[in-house]
Design a protein around this ligand. Structure first.
Ligand code: HEC
Length: 152
């Protein structure tokens, strides 16, 4: 009877320790995964990043290669909103003041079904007015006469 009881305790503690070891391994595994989330699908993630970089985000000499837009803040918004109906070239070949760009957008909204740009409109207009502004037509250049002479 006593012998039998000892056997049972031994068996139970054996099962219990195997169980504890398994839980320990499980926790180590989870901890590793938490710190290396890409462990599950590393190739997929790298590939996606590479494709989007190469095809869509290539910038050369400050110009977005695919569309020809000048690389600057909010360029992504302009690409998203201004290239689906006509080519980017129609935008980049124009030069307008802030008012001019606002009026063009308003005209497209009233006559060409351009959607409401919401809070993005101000960002888009500021990008356009900064990078596609009218050529400065200010004063002529200063005269570069170094030696002055007196009229007699
Ligand atoms: C819903 C469609 C649509 C979207 C989106 C759109 N446009 Fe247009 N846009 C047009 C149409 C249509 C024309 C006239 C094209 C033509 O004359 O061949 C036009 C013309 C223009 C012109 C030329 C205007 C002129 O006076 O010649 C400019 C500049 C322009 N769009 C800029 C933009 C900008 C900037 C955006 C983003 C905010 C934008 N477009 C988004 C439809 C759109």
């Amino acid at each position: 009877m006593k012998n039998n009881f000892q056997k049972q305790v031994k068996l139970l503690s054996g099962v219990l320790s195997i169980f504890l070891v398994l839980i320990f391994i499980l926790f180590v595994g989870l901890f590793y995964l938490k710190n290396n989330p890409s462990f599950l699908q590393p190739e997929l993630e790298e590939e996606l990043v590479e494709i989007s970089k190469e095809e869509n985000d290539q910038i050369e000499n400050g110009i977005h290669v695919q569309t020809g837009f000048i690389d600057d803040e909010h360029m992504d918004l302009v690409i998203q909103n201004c290239t689906s109906c006509h080519s980017a070239k129609l935008v980049t070949q124009n030069k307008m003041s802030e008012e001019g760009w606002k009026a063009t957008i308003k005209w497209m909204q009233e006559t060409q079904n351009l959607w409401d740009l919401g809070p993005n409109e101000a960002k888009i207009v500021s990008y356009l007015a900064k990078n596609y502004a009218p050529e400065a037509k200010g004063r002529r250049a200063n005269l570069e006469v170094v030696e002055w002479y007196e009229l007699k």
